[in-house]
Design a protein. Structure first.
Length: 234
């Protein structure tokens, strides 16, 4: 792990900052390269783009977006750690989803039996039923929706169920992906109203499976990671 000295420009306190390491979808540890000698900047205003930084995996060559390194000084100042920009190049196409999927049986799954959706709780229950059908174990529904918006937890997986009447937005996709990344597990989103175009594109680049559900409670895949999840979940 890379460590760099960081001085808070507000209280002048010195820190030793250690770069956080995240797993690439290929399994290799990756981390942003810090820019030594550059001063840290206080975070006074947040934008979604500023909170992410491009990181290149030295093993598989994949380029992804990771959380921008930050440090919270005891004086209360949040510092954004300077990162070395990646050399400009054409990024490789996103690879297939490398999700730790359950291997439950060698025989074909029986036909999925959906449940009718009448309420938001029904939507969560239908998604949980579908994940169990795919072979996930220990599927648990949140009794009340937490601030993390993680509605379902299972062994090796978390899921969000968007039961609103508007398309799921980009921020929801990135938040769920980040929560799954921090826990080193898979993430899946189910939506009743579909997805905004930028949310769909971002999910494709992150290899995050997206499903839509109608009121019959039958999930349908809307991107290739979701197709792969269905095909390999048996």
């Amino acid at each position: 792990m890379e460590s760099v000295p960081v001085r808070c420009p507000v209280c002048r306190r010195d820190h030793a900052y250690i770069t956080p390491v995240y797993p690439c979808p290929c399994g290799a540890p990756t981390a942003p390269q810090l820019l030594r000698g550059a001063p840290a900047e206080p975070v006074t205003h947040r934008t979604w783009n500023d909170d992410w930084v491009a990181v290149h995996c030295a093993v598989c060559g994949r380029r992804d977006q990771w959380p921008h390194p930050e440090l919270c000084c005891p004086c209360g100042t949040v510092l954004r750690i300077p990162v070395r920009p990646l050399a400009s190049r054409t990024p490789p196409p996103p690879g297939p989803s490398h999700i730790p999927l359950p291997r439950t049986a060698a025989h074909p799954r029986p036909a999925f039996r959906p449940m009718t959706i009448r309420t938001a709780r029904d939507a969560v229950a239908a998604a949980a039923l579908y994940l169990s059908w795919l072979g996930y174990r220990e599927v648990v529904q949140a009794r009340e929706r937490p601030s993390s918006r993680i509605d379902i937890r299972a062994a090796g997986l978390i899921a969000q169920v968007d039961s609103t009447t508007t398309p799921t937005v980009l921020r929801d996709v990135e938040c769920l992906w980040l929560n799954a990344l921090n826990a080193s597990i898979a993430g899946v989103i189910f939506s009743l109203a579909g997805y905004a175009p930028d949310a769909r594109q971002r999910a494709d680049s992150l290899a995050l499976p997206l499903f839509v559900m109608d009121l019959t409670g039958t999930p349908q895949p809307v991107n290739s990671p979701a197709d792969e999840l269905i095909s390999t979940g048996a």
